[in-house]
Design a protein around this ligand. Sequence first.
Ligand SMILES: NC(=O)c1ccc[n+]([C@@H]2O[C@H](COP(=O)([O-])OP(=O)(O)OC[C@H]3O[C@@H](n4cnc5c(N)ncnc54)[C@H](OP(=O)(O)O)[C@@H]3O)[C@@H](O)[C@H]2O)c1
Length: 263
Amino acid sequence: MEQTIGFIGMGNMAQAIVRGFVRSGKINSRQLFAYAPHLDKLRRNAEEIGFTPCPSAGELVLASDVCIMCCKPYQIEGVLQEISPLLPGRVLLSVAAGWDYAKYSPLLPAATRFQFIMPNTPAMTGDGVLLFEATHSLEEKEREEIMDLFGSLGLVRELPSQLMGIGGTITGCGPAFVDIIIEAFADAAVKYGLARPLAYELVSQMVLGSARLQAVTGKHPGQLKDEVCSPGGTTILGVEALEKAGLRAACMGAVEAVMTGKR
Ligand SMILES: NC(=O)c1ccc[n+]([C@@H]2O[C@H](COP(=O)([O-])OP(=O)(O)OC[C@H]3O[C@@H](n4cnc5c(N)ncnc54)[C@H](OP(=O)(O)O)[C@@H]3O)[C@@H](O)[C@H]2O)c1
């Protein structure tokens, strides 16, 4: 892709995307621009990651063929007030949770081409999930190019607008949930004598391997679990302990908490 790409906000998610783009080799750092209000921090990130910092959101938009809104959802309306007059003829992508096509539409100038994408932080290593809202106003060819670019960050899937919320909850919040599980298993390993760095190494590789085995074979996860549980063996004792502790209900409850926003 030849175009310039500008990030509005350079926090955790934007950094994961930028690092993923640079790592993939599909984009070189001369094509990358970013704006964030704390300019010292922005300049430090620019030196470390490799992009051009811009002193204002307006200058960022002028430097970019494709802008990616990466600030917090509650900051978007303020940012749009500043950049809206510059958007006609440009492509605006947004990764902010809950800000889909229907929510942006009344706030954008008519000739803005828009796409809502839900990424996740494993995009940084090329292991992300990138959900594209089916409703958009990009031209087909540029959408294909953008999907191809984001494909360098992981698995790309298109979802209807009404499923972006649950899709984004599973893939966007899911890494935090899985990180807790990794930490918990590593704690157990440390309790039984493994050094902590080795414990994280083993547990992370185990999670990665289990996920890849399921994804590659397409086997039902219950079948893969059964294949590890010998009759009268020890793994089934651990499975019983997880069931008694309510692991399945806890996972479903975590998703419900996000979806309902109940505190
Ligand atoms: N984190 C995830 O896993 C994830 C997954 C999917 C989607 N998202 C979405 O990604 C977006 C960013 O999340 P995050 O986790 O990266 O948040 P974050 O780490 O807090 O980063 C927010 C960024 O926005 C910048 N910012 C603040 N006010 C701004 C303004 N007025 N104009 C432009 N930039 C401004 C901040 O700059 P300063 O540091 O200079 O204040 C910072 O660089 C959110 O909308 C979220 O819904 C995140």
